[in-house]
Design a protein around this ligand. Sequence first.
Ligand code: PEP
Length: 263
Amino acid sequence: MSKVTRRPLVAGNWKMNLDHVEAIRLIQDVALRLRNTDHRSVDIAIHPPFTDLRSVEGIIGADELPIALGAQHCSAHASGAYTGEVSVAMLARLSVSLVLVGHSERRLYFGMSDEMVAATTAAVLKGLLTPVICVGETGEEREAGETESVLVRQITAALDGVAKGSESSIIVAYEPVWAIGTGLAATTEDAQVACHRIREEIRSLRGEAADGIRILYGGSANPENAGDLVAQADVDGLLVGGASLQGESFAAIINSVAACYGS
Ligand code: PEP
């Protein structure tokens, strides 16, 4: 399967920003700015905080917006004494279809291990939602020349949570930690090399299924660099943090990706 047949995805990670009233405003603003050509060429998703999901679900449903609703995290457990956690089934009841798994902020600040990433990935797939598995090296690891080994370790571990034959149900996001929120995006070459390496590692473990998996780039993506990033052979879309918090910049990124993929 070539890049052309992998439909691009632009996903906005709102992180811990915007209460449910602000969330309603932003989703309506984004929707107004998007054109039919954007929706024809690009899949669009947003990942608001848990407390916003119900309100955003309401707007997406009422206005029939072709925007997928995502969560930023979930528990690997189905239910029980896990204070502060949210289960896959709870998210599914709110029409959530995508879940970020192993975002670097979960790994760094909340101790999410490779094993927890695998267990959470398995739980998301069991609940018939799509895990967006986040991998990426820190600045120190990059400087030590460990980028490739980190990516291989993280992707190998995450695939432990993916049953053979379920590979087409996952999305991967390459997010170099040093590029997140810094304004210093990876070069298009570095993004391509890393995404290609990830795809080849999946191929070595799971064969041809690797060609169908969408691999996103994330880390200071913006309207200026979006088109060049997704023009790379193995970059199938973007995970956008800061620039997804303004309707204007998020829509401009989607416009650029649509221009790259549109016929
Ligand atoms: C992210 O947190 O997933 C991200 C890509 O953030 P930013 O775009 O702000 O670098």
